[in-house]
Design a protein around this ligand. Sequence first.
Ligand SMILES: *[C@@H]1O[C@H](CO)[C@@H](O)[C@H](O)[C@H]1NC(C)=O
Ligand SMILES: *[C@@H]1O[C@H](CO)[C@@H](O)[C@H](O)[C@H]1NC(C)=O
Ligand SMILES: *[C@@H]1O[C@H](CO)[C@@H](O)[C@H](O)[C@H]1NC(C)=O
Length: 336
Amino acid sequence: MAERVQIFQGVRAYGDEVIHGCFSKVGVGRLKGLVSTTTTFIFFFFLLIAALLNRMDIRGTSIGQSIFDSRTSKTYHERIEFPLNCSNSVNLPQTCPENYPSVFQPQESSARTCPDYFRWIHQDLKQWKSSGITEDMIERGKPSADFRLVIVNGKAYVEKYNKPYQTRDVFTIWGILQLLRLYPGKVPDLDLLFYSGDKTMIMKRDYKGLNATSPPPAFHYCGEKAALDIVFPDWTFWGWAEVNIKPWEETLRAIKKGRERIKWEKREPYAYWKGNPYVAKDRVDLLKCNLSDKNDWNVRIYKQDWGKESQQGFKHSKLEDQCTHRYTYAILLLME
Ligand SMILES: *[C@@H]1O[C@H](CO)[C@@H](O)[C@H](O)[C@H]1NC(C)=O
Ligand SMILES: *[C@@H]1O[C@H](CO)[C@@H](O)[C@H](O)[C@H]1NC(C)=O
Ligand SMILES: *[C@@H]1O[C@H](CO)[C@@H](O)[C@H](O)[C@H]1NC(C)=O
């Protein structure tokens, strides 16, 4: 999330997801979200050609998690049919049946492999490999957390410590509830701390030295080399109500439809970027690439006017309406 990159302290931006739609958010942007970094960052300007989406296989699961693999990859993941069967009426709140199954036995073939990005969990948990995670570590981590999530027998319990920005916690917890619904009987009991701010919280430097205590494990939307925060998909997978971003599956569907509106050849032959430049220095630098009297690098940069957009219900911020240019910029934050 752009807000993670807070170079300008004190700027309370509306949390600006890179608004660029069409291709880059599909797969690539999301995947990198899992390994993005806060303060140490290498900015990659990816020029993704419009055809990119066509080369990709996006297999979404109903929890909004999209498993992405390119056609060149040999690994394919089977689509599991979930037992979830809830009403999805436009006018009524969504309801699920009372007699919801408590076990889930999907037909899994033995050849099934985990998506490649699963390997990162070993990296993220390396710190606790020899010590394990103790109750004491969790207790000591409370001051760094916004909430604590405990799952016992498939039921989620939440203890709140701080009020997170907007509804990040609500959507994150909603994601967890969906997970429990989708995999009844499959989610083990757990006890975890969660932090929902922009900047990494558990810094390695604070847990060094002779008398150092062991760091608390805290889940968070971002991590970086200097920190021990354990990365977790950010809330926008399930939605971002304040800026009218729907759950990822719906967003993906809308983008796929949106890109049909103008044929690639008919689109503006430029690279497009829209967002809030004032949350990171590199974004401000990007403004210099815009069309000017002196240069035309075939780049068109647009500022997201959050104030105006919020008054108009974010009608002009829809990702699916931004498939107007042939190329798009994705500013990816990668692990060093
Ligand atoms: C889902 O529920 C509806 C209405 O109760 C029912 O008609 C339908 O057969 C169910 N589908 C599955 C896959 O169970
Ligand atoms: C570690 O703790 C001991 C005993 O409390 C103290 O004497 C020593 O100075 C501490 N060392 C460091 C590096 O803080
Ligand atoms: C970039 O250039 C385009 C085309 O001239 C213009 O419409 C747009 O407002 C410029 N963006 C910024 C951030 O100045």
